[in-house]
Design a protein around this ligand. Structure first.
Ligand code: NAG
Ligand code: NAG
Ligand code: NAG
Length: 474
């Protein structure tokens, strides 16, 4: 039976109800809102009527009196004798949504239509990628959460640390049943505004679920190893133990450590520490620690502040220069902490220079000798290097002008020649005779080289002779 009233029919029924004035609705169904799954009762009480009572939904007859046999969740309840025909709907479903009327058929009277609205909470929201969303450091994050099958459509908010995050964009889609909707919300978070380990919650709510339903995701930011390389103790005296500590933070975790010194692998160090007795090389050759995780490697190096005594970096060389020209010596040392350099002439306490170079201008014969380049690292050590300055020039001859000998004995005249370079020839002469070496008659010449010069001795009878020196110029 379909009691579908169009306008004239409706008018006719109303007219009848006015005419049959003894039939009165004490209670009529009214608009109701119910959450799916809950029971609901649509009231209907009629006095002065003993005929059939019919419930109609959206123009479709449900059943007469208590007979709701086609609708197992529907019951007509109340005291019939008092004219009560309330419609009880158990476990409401979305299909119960509609317009209901209670009709007193024989009296041709009907209640006003009552709208039953069934609300449906959203399904549990789902964040794409949950429970953990990984991203690389520096990347921004887009989170998507959907809450489906809700009536009315769920609204979605995003929450972090108890605060609502603004700026999410959402879309709604109506389902095929024409009643429920699904909501999708997308949240964009810039790289600077996000930290690893943070939890972000998507909360979906509608009238059927006013407290909302939540889903939470944990943010996992992956990055290259962040490394600190420390050296203890520092400064340290050469020969002592030093510990390198390579502290790394990495996500995903560190897979391995490698150590090197000036590019050469240190194979016996494989963990995050390296212990070694340091020498001066650690001052100039950095030790590096390379930390690797699944994303890549980070390599950090450190030099050690090793204290060490002077070590020669550029050796000074002995010089041979002509008289009157300049002599320039240079030497270079390294040491730590900073060293001082002192140039001195051996045997003289005078400091000639505190630079790497020592310049002697217009050297004279007396400048010849040994020079010392000395380096001092205070409280750590001293180093020293000696060089010789040789000055080229005419020889100097020393001999007493007059030497005496007893008559009848041998007489000797000694002649001392200091010369750089050494003399090419030494000759003795008297009257027309010239003797360089060996014996001639009663005369003998002997020449002996010493460290300081050459001594030439003429052995003879009584007479006075002159020692003559001849140098061939270079
Ligand atoms: C996130 O979404 C924005 C648009 O909202 C887009 O420009 C950007 O490329 C997306 N980023 C990622 C990592 O998907
Ligand atoms: C490196 O040292 C800094 C300053 O001491 C510290 O803030 C940082 O957390 C350290 N990083 C690592 C990976 O240990
Ligand atoms: C770290 O980098 C330096 C310079 O590129 C390199 O010499 C060294 O071998 C590297 N260290 C490791 C442990 O690979």
């Amino acid at each position: 039976m379909i009691y579908n009233c169009d306008l004239p029919c409706s008018f006719f029924l109303s007219l009848l109800s006015v005419l049959g004035s003894s039939v009165v609705f004490i209670q009529q169904p009214h608009d109701l809102v119910v959450v799916a799954g809950q029971p609901v009762t649509l009231p209907c009480s009629i006095t002065g009527y003993h005929g059939m009572v019919l419930w109609v939904k959206d123009g479709l007859a449900l059943g007469v009196n208590r007979d709701m046999s086609g609708y197992p969740r529907y019951d007509v309840i109340g005291d019939h004798s008092k004219g009560e025909y309330h419609l009880l709907i158990q476990r409401t479903e979305l299909t119960d949504d509609g317009s209901f009327e209670c009709q007193a058929i024989q009296a041709a009277t009907r209640s006003r239509p009552a709208r039953l609205t069934v609300l449906v909470p959203p399904d549990d929201p789902v964040i794409i990628g949950a429970p953990v969303v990984s991203l690389r450091a520096g990347d921004s994050l887009n989170l998507t959460c959907h809450a489906d099958n809700a009536k009315p459509a769920a609204s979605i908010i995003w929450i972090r640390n108890g605060e609502v995050l603004n700026g999410a964009a959402y879309t709604k889609t109506l389902l095929r049943d024409g009643r429920r909707e699904s909501t999708v919300s997308t949240l964009h978070i810039s790289a600077s505004n996000i930290e690893s380990g943070q939890q972000i919650t998507c909360r979906a709510s509608n009238k059927a679920a006013p407290n909302g339903k939540e889903a939470t995701v944990t943010i996992d930011i992956q990055h290259f190893p962040l490394v600190n390389l420390s050296v203890e103790p520092q400064p340290v005296l050469e020969g002592n133990l030093v510990k390198f500590n390579c502290a790394a933070k990495a996500n995903p975790p560190v897979t391995h450590y490698r150590w090197a010194k000036r590019g050469n692998m240190i194979t016996d160090a494989t963990g995050d520490t390296y212990e070694v007795l340091v020498d001066h090389s650690f001052f100039t050759e950095p030790v590096s620690c390379e930390v690797t995780n699944a994303l890549g490697s980070t390599n950090i190096s450190r030099n050690v502040d090793v204290y060490f005594g002077p070590r020669l970096a550029a050796e000074p060389h002995s010089l041979q220069v002509d008289r009157g020209s300049d002599a320039v010596f240079s030497c270079a040392w390294i040491g730590n902490p900073s060293l001082t350099i002192v140039w001195m002439k051996r045997g003289h306490g005078v400091v000639l220079s505190n630079e790497n170079t020592l310049t002697l201008k217009g050297v004279r014969q007396e400048d010849a000798g040994k020079y010392v380049c000395r380096a001092v690292v205070p409280r750590v050590g001293v180093g020293e290097k000696e060089v010789t300055l040789t000055v080229n020039g005419p020889p100097t001859i020393s001999s007493t002008q007059t030497q005496q000998a007893l008559y009848g004995e041998k007489g000797q005249i000694k002649c001392f020649i200091r010369s750089t370079p050494p003399p090419d020839r030494i000759a003795w002469s008297w009257k027309e005779t010239v003797l360089e070496s060996g014996t001639s008659g009663r005369y003998t010449v002997e020449t002996v080289s010493t460290e300081d010069g050459v001594i030439s001795t003429l052995t003879m009878n009584f007479a006075i002779y002159h020692c003559v020196f001849i140098q061939l110029c270079k």
